[in-house]
Design a protein around this ligand. Sequence first.
Ligand SMILES: C[S@@+](CC[C@H](N)C(=O)[O-])C[C@H]1O[C@@H](n2cnc3c(N)ncnc32)[C@H](O)[C@@H]1O
Length: 247
Amino acid sequence: MWYVNTIGSKYKYIKAIEEVIDKEVKGTRRVIEPFAGTYTISHLMVRKGLHVISNDIGWWSYSIGRALVGDGKWFGTAVRVVSVLESVRRVPSEGYDRKLKKDKMEEIARRLRENRVRGGRLVVSRGSYDEFLRKVKRVGRGSVVYIDTPKVFRSAKESVFKNFPKLDSWLIGKEVEYELWNESNVREHHERLFKLVSAVGVRKVIVECYKKAVPKVDEIERMMRKYWKVRRAHEFKNDITLVGEEK
Ligand SMILES: C[S@@+](CC[C@H](N)C(=O)[O-])C[C@H]1O[C@@H](n2cnc3c(N)ncnc32)[C@H](O)[C@@H]1O
């Protein structure tokens, strides 16, 4: 089983998420994941026999996806990324230069090799969700979209992903910048996201919400109702899963 046990990863919720996927994705062959992160959930869905088209803005995430589909060019980078993610609680603000543990890296390389996906069942791309959703407009029709947005917390001014561009710069050896979600743009991002998903014409939208994040779950529900019939499908600790379906 492929997983990355790090902050922001859905690893600790995997059992609960698996139940949601088993129940909600039944009867669909294709799933789209615009915010794949560590590829923990994309890989889970591939293991369920689904055809998964995934995306994330981070090069760090891209390297994991490409390594999982057997792209040797990205394998070493993915091993370094996962070693960093599993050894720190937060990505440091000045990139990452600490010496990585050799045995940890070997264990991760083994895990990546064992979980390689064959036969084009996982498509990996890198870019912003807007570009991605515009690109999948034709193939995405009738599929299910699984959404785990970058969370913005009321208590913290900045995104937990604020240092990820630094990690990317360190990995690919050139300056990387991208707009992070924060308190002032997070609503606008949700509105744009749902509008684009609705333009793809997906059959079902699964949105992982977090009670302590902004916008509040009620607000997200309201935004989704503009396009879909919405229900609360699952609740586990602070996580609530909203499901939107064609009206
Ligand atoms: C909550 S995480 C997803 C975690 C994932 N479910 C997992 O299990 O690892 C949100 C992801 O959104 C990505 N992200 C942030 N801004 C983005 C954007 N504008 N377009 C696409 N992805 C973005 C981040 O890089 C991060 O990996």
